[in-house]
Design a protein around this ligand. Structure first.
Ligand code: AMP
Length: 226
């Protein structure tokens, strides 16, 4: 029998490093990843019609409405699932509504019939999250968006991306006031989402993020994948 295609949802507050883990899975293990945050920011930077709609939510640290974000993700998933590689959805679903739409689609849409859904919950205390986000800088090139950290992942040349040479900058929504809003929004939806997974019998793998550089975190995370 053909092996099922794994679709992982990486769930957790901003600043836990789940994006970095997803990028490493893509680079080292040939997974395909979608960061809904990155895709949204790309639309905004490019000034697409969708980007204009998304901007008012993203720049204020609020969630994009479920129907809008879900459509974006489904379009992307359908174009990628044919590659038959494990997939990571970094930051999706974030609400019970999104999870319910996704689980329904995975069950009923023939395009997704050979897939299996797994959720990983990245867990970190709020104090550490704030510390990490305030030291986070991101590549300004919308095709790259590599994430650095002035404490644990320092770029070789200050202010310049190691991968593509573009300038690094702070994401507008990493401003401390907006971060506080994003954490509030996350907390508001979290219990409902985890409650929904429990009710429908969806297993959630909990990953308590260890201290240390991205390599240490990834090593621990690999054990979960195994
Ligand atoms: P992130 O880079 O994952 O922290 O996401 C940045 C922003 O993108 C969030 O604050 C939201 O405005 C938007 N966003 C990303 N993923 C979602 C999602 N699943 N549902 C709603 N909004 C999202």
């Amino acid at each position: 029998m053909e092996e099922k295609i794994k679709i992982y949802s990486f769930f957790g507050p901003p600043g836990t490093g789940k994006g970095t883990v997803a990028q490493k899975c893509a680079k080292d293990l040939d997974y395909i990843m979608l960061s809904t945050g990155d895709l949204s920011r790309k639309h905004i930077q490019e000034g697409t019609d969708l980007g204009v709609m998304l901007q008012e939510y993203v720049n204020k640290g609020q969630l994009i409405p479920d129907d809008l974000i879900t459509q974006m993700v489904f379009d992307w998933l359908k174009s990628k699932i044919v590659e038959k590689k494990p997939i990571i959805l970094d930051g999706f679903p974030r609400t019970k509504g999104q999870a319910s739409l996704l689980i329904e689609a995975l069950k009923s849409d023939p395009d997704f019939s050979n897939s299996i859904f797994k959720v990983v919950n990245f867990d970190l205390i709020e104090e550490e999250i704030i510390k990490r986000i305030s030291s986070r800088i991101t590549c300004s090139n919308k095709e790259c968006q590599e994430v650095y950290n002035t404490i644990v992942k320092v770029p070789t040349e200050t202010g310049i991306c190691d991968l593509c040479g573009s300038p690094l900058s702070r994401r507008p929504d990493d401003d401390p006031a907006i971060v506080r809003e994003r954490l509030k929004v996350f907390a508001r939806f979290k219990d409902d989402l985890l409650g929904f997974y429990h009710d429908v019998g969806q297993t959630v793998i909990h990953f308590a993020i260890p201290e240390g550089p991205p390599e240490t975190v990834f090593k621990m995370f690999s054990k979960i994948l195994a």
